[in-house]
Design a protein around this ligand. Structure first.
Ligand SMILES: [Ca+2]
Length: 192
C-alpha cells in the first residue's frame, strides 16, 4: 500500500471513528398527564409480560408524551424500548424541539407478548430485536414517545438508546482537512 493509499484509508477510518464520543447529559420530560415519568429512563427494563403500571411511566389518551433530551445533537443508531403491548406508539426525533420526524413506529399487533410490557429493539443481536420495526436512524437532540392507537392506556417502561454524539463540524472538518493535506503532500512526494 502506498503512503497515499494509506492516508486515504486513514482519513476514511477517522471519519468512522469521529462519532464515537459517548453522550453525557440526558434528561427526561413528560407532559402533565404522564404518571411516574422517571421510570421511562431509570435504567430498569420491565420484564416481558410485566404490569403496565409497575415501575413504568403511563398515561391515558393520545395527547401526552415522554421526551428524552440528550442536551445536544446526537446520532441515534438504534432504539430499544419497553411499551405496553396492546397499543401503537411513535418515537419522533427533533433537533430543535419544534420540528419532528418519525424515527420508529411500533404497532399494537407487533411484539412477542400478549399482555403487559413488551420490549422492542432495532439493534441487531439484541434479545428483543425485531426486524419488522420501521426504524430510521438519524440525528436528534430530542426523542418524543407518544401513542396513536390501542386501548388508550399507554405505558413506557424504559427508553434505551444506542447513540453516538455528532461531532462538532469544526473539529471534524479540521481533522479531515489536515489528513487531506497530508495525503496531498504524500502524493506530491511520490510524484517528485
Ligand atoms: Ca394499553
Amino acid at each position: 500500500m502506498s503512503i497515499t493509499h494509506f492516508l486515504t484509508a486513514l482519513t476514511a477510518a477517522a471519519a468512522l471513528l469521529l462519532p464515537l464520543t459517548p453522550v453525557q447529559a440526558t434528561t427526561l420530560n413528560c407532559t402533565g398527564g404522564v404518571v411516574n415519568c422517571g421510570y421511562a429512563l431509570d435504567g430498569h427494563v420491565p420484564a416481558e409480560f410485566g404490569g403496565w403500571t409497575d415501575q413504568t411511566a403511563y398515561w391515558s389518551g393520545m395527547s401526552d408524551s415522554v421526551t428524552v433530551d440528550f442536551g445536544a445533537a446526537t446520532f441515534v443508531s438504534g432504539l430499544t424500548i419497553s411499551l405496553d403491548n396492546n397499543d401503537s406508539y411513535l418515537v419522533e426525533a427533533s433537533l430543535d424541539g419544534s420540528h419532528w420526524s418519525t424515527m420508529l413506529t411500533v404497532h399494537d399487533y407487533q411484539g412477542t407478548v400478549w399482555y403487559g410490557m413488551d420490549t422492542f429493539s432495532t439493534v441487531v443481536g439484541h434479545a428483543q430485536y425485531d426486524a419488522g420495526l420501521d426504524f430510521h436512524a438519524g440525528s436528534a437532540r430530542y426523542l418524543r414517545v407518544s401513542a396513536f392507537g390501542g386501548d388508550t392506556w399507554n405505558s413506557v417502561g424504559e427508553i434505551g438508546v444506542g447513540v453516538t454524539a455528532v461531532p462538532e463540524p469544526s473539529s471534524g472538518a479540521l481533522m479531515l482537512g489536515g489528513l487531506a493535506l497530508l495525503a496531498g503532500a504524500a502524493r506530491r512526494r511520490c510524484a517528485a
